[in-house]
Design a protein around this ligand. Structure first.
Ligand SMILES: C[S@@+](CC[C@H](N)C(=O)[O-])C[C@H]1O[C@@H](n2cnc3c(N)ncnc32)[C@H](O)[C@@H]1O
Length: 286
């Protein structure tokens, strides 16, 4: 099969491999800690989405299903929540916590290409699950018909890395010791792909959404609540660019990276865990 044909049939093959084989198992292992860190942001977005009992909600890039479970509790037994994600291990984690919620189901699919059903949802929601599409405009063009008349979409995505010390601080410490891979373009699929809010707005409009609005949500995140100092360092070393560098490093480099990250995060350690700033955009569209 030619490379072009593969890309057409499975445009997100790279992300699929990453979320099934590399990041997914890690997210499952650290599921509670990661959720604890970003839960306040997801909750704020859910409030602004106006999710109500009886609604049908699509949770895009639902990962380990924490937000899907929260949404399922909000829509109640007469509603429906459908969590869709590329990552089978993350979905399996979600399913294992959802047995008592018959209104919740999970499907492994690529949101950019899957048939999501015309007018099937009153709300489309996502907590940090929309920044990884190879072709974001195509993905939103695929999502738009799934909204029922009068429906709306709300998602959160990160602002630029410089406004997100939770990622920038360990990343900068690691970058002093290893060459960090640069994204192929500033907007390459990844956590900060939608940092430019006006560009993101244009993508949503090109994908057929209207009434696109966004607001800044800046919050202190508590990372690794209840962890010891050593556990906080271990946790920081497993996430984002630090995690990628550690996977490639030999024993000697690993211990230098550990030391560098321990020093960099030390000023942010409090009795509650690591408290670091974050900035996200909350987008809404019809
Ligand atoms: C940063 S994680 C967020 C997971 C979850 N929403 C949360 O907040 O815990 C991004 C998620 O998007 C999923 N994802 C990325 N591209 C996708 C696509 N094209 N279709 C469906 N899911 C996708 C990944 O598998 C991953 O679970």
């Amino acid at each position: 099969m030619s490379e072009d044909k593969t890309a057409q049939e499975d445009p997100n093959a790279q992300q699929s491999a990453y979320w099934n084989e590399v990041a997914g198992p890690k997210w499952v292992q650290l599921s509670q800690a990661i959720n604890g860190q970003i839960e306040p942001i997801g909750r704020a977005a859910m409030e602004s989405a106006g999710v109500e009992p009886g609604q049908r909600v699509l949770d895009v890039g639902c990962g380990c299903g924490h937000t899907s479970i929260d949404l399922a509790q909000r829509v109640g037994a007469k509603g429906e929540v459908h969590g869709v994600d590329l990552s089978e291990p993350m979905l399996a984690e979600g399913r294992s916590h959802a047995a008592d919620l018959p209104q919740l189901r999970f499907t492994q699919a690529d949101v950019q290409t899957a048939d999501l059903g015309d007018g099937a949802y009153d709300r489309i929601f996502s907590r940090f699950g929309v920044m990884f599409f190879a072709d974001p405009e195509a993905a939103f063009r695929n999502l738009r018909p799934a909204l029922a008349p009068g429906g709306s979409m709300t998602f959160v995505c990160w602002q630029e890395i410089g406004k997100n010390p939770w990622m920038a601080v360990p990343g900068a410490a690691v970058a002093k010791h290893v060459d960090m891979p640069k994204p192929s373009t500033p907007h390459a699929p990844g956590p900060f792909a939608f940092a430019d809010a006006e560009r993101t707005k244009a993508i949503l409009e090109a994908g057929g959404f209207s009434g696109v609005e966004y607001e800044s949500l800046e919050k202190g995140l508590t990372i690794g609540a209840g962890m010891t100092r050593d556990e906080l360092v271990d946790f920081s070393l497993q996430m984002g660019p630090a995690g990628a560098a550690m996977r490639e490093a030999d024993e000697g480099l690993r211990s230098r990276l550990r030391e560098a990250v321990a020093q960099a995060i030390a000023p942010f350690i409090t009795d509650d865990g690591l408290v670091m700033g974050s900035a996200a955009w909350v987008f809404s569209a019809r």
